[in-house]
Design a protein around this ligand. Sequence first.
Ligand SMILES: [Zn+2]
Ligand SMILES: [Zn+2]
Length: 666
Amino acid sequence: MNRRDFVAQGSAFIGLSRNDAKSFVRDTLSNITSSYTTTKPRFESITEHVGVYRDVVNVGVVRSGSKTLLIDSGDSSILQDAKHLHIESIDRVLYTHYHRDQCSGASRLKGAHIDVPATEAKLFTNATEFWLEADVILDHRYDFRPEIMVLRESVAIDRELRDGDILHWEGIPIRVMATPGHTDGSLSYFVEADGKSIAFTGDLIYGPGQIWEFYSLQKRFPGMDGDYWGIGGAVLDLLDSIKVVGAHNPAMLVPSHGEVMRNPENALTLLHSQLEQVMQNYLTLSAWRVSKRNGVQIFKEDAPPPFDVPMFEQLAPVDLPKWLHRTVGTSSYIVAEDNSMFLFDCGFNSIVEAVNELVGSGEISGVDAIWASHYHDDHISSINTVRRRYGSKVYVQREMQDILENPTAYCMPCLFPESIHVDHALAEGEQFHWKGYEMTAYYFPGQTLYHAGLLIEHDGTRVFMTGDAFGNWAIGDVCSYNRNFIGEDGETHGSERCLRLLLKLKPDLLYAAHWGPIRFSQKYIEKTLDILRKREAMLTALLPWDDANFGLDPYWIRAYPYRQSIFPGQKVLLEARIYNHSDAACGASVELCAPQGWQVESSGSITIPAHAEGAIRLAAIAPTNPPTRRQVLGLTAHFCKRRLGEIAEAIVDYRQPDTASPPSTA
Ligand SMILES: [Zn+2]
Ligand SMILES: [Zn+2]
């Protein structure tokens, strides 16, 4: 079966059981990917003057006489093959978008004229400055456009290209078309050569009905105040771009990732319908729509939902048991007979005022303990203030301990950059008693991977604290960058794990941090699981990986620690952490790429078991006279024979020699 036939059956997967669909896709894809990565020659001729060179991305190669024009350049490994390909000089390079996998080798193309999308030009010319200023987006991150897959250092450019421009390169017309979606400024290039219109479409499409990854589509829906809640929001732009490209009737589509498509109409139509199906599925359960109904301020202005899909009926409001109190922001609390308080979540300044008031009025004696549902700033940013004043002990699920204690080792949304010491790291199912209350701790990775749930039993009532994983009745997978996984395989997974836990525990009430209490409903949980199973089949058809989570998880390859401070000349130690979402063990290798003046000491490879995270240790020595106060290292990865280019980065800040000794680096 060829790729097109295989993907044409994509919508049929929805009728299969999840496991059938997964194994079918896996078997079929393993044939396709192995031919893509190993047996295919690196250069494929498309027409007499146009071809594709397989770098980290597909590089378009247009030739006229002794001159060559490239579309994207990957890490510029075409330079090594230039002689063999009879390329005398690279005259010009057109970039479809700013992501590092398209252009990490741009600075090696000496003498070439570099053209980039006008709206993304600064991300090329001011990349160094982008990273110097990046703390403002890394801390308390609620926006994702531009995504931080930006070059590590600036490159000079020659021309900014805009929608509608027509280039005449050596007599070959190239039409420039704005095709936003994957990034806001993405351009497609229609090369009119050898009697054909060949469209180089960047990451608009991977193959018939498919895209390379889903997380880049995180973008505010119309009217939203921030990208954080807009899971798949850029699908709206992408659907328009698909129509624009289709309307110009290209003979072929050349994607940045994937194979050349010779039936563009079929490929684009299938993608359009698969994207619509996926978005309808997401919006059936999206908690931001519940926020909207409950008046949480995530909208600047009201706008109708982008896809007309109904949600579950809301359940009737319920009263809290009289021992559980809702207070300001995301917080709630219980009080013991000695008037001390156990506080659940502690995020906004207003909670500090509320606690002080309760103490001032004599209603409570102090805050004995704090439990945090997850690492987001709106749930933890006042913990240090409260504990300093009241000596509170902090209880946290063990899966969250490191991100609270070492937040800058992570690149995650809504990150509070100050370390919070954890007094008690809770194990899965750990029971503890607090002054007459019985509690059981659970890992609960619904909204994000770093999230917990807590069962509180008192006075004959069982309340499960769900943090941000639930609204009434919706689930919290609002942001791809939170890392919420689909499916139920392996140790770590998302909402399905949470739902199955609730089915097992059958608490009386679910208490959501932002939304308050709802009654446990077996019927709603089963309906939700059914929607998630369909979602997994749809995403497996949409994404060209043997497990959809590779296309959902932006940090499946990441640097740990993400940020660190060192003295000039010091050795930097870090790890490439790789989460293998596949059902099969996979080989991975990582190289460290460093700016000039660095001495890279190690690279490494590893085999990572199915559904497990592996780590490769890396080391490099920083220059003694760095040119800037911050530099960025790149992690170039191969995984299961796929070349992924500089898929992750790590930030190194230089300390002044007269400051205190730096913290440990790994
Ligand atoms: Zn990209
Ligand atoms: Zn929250």
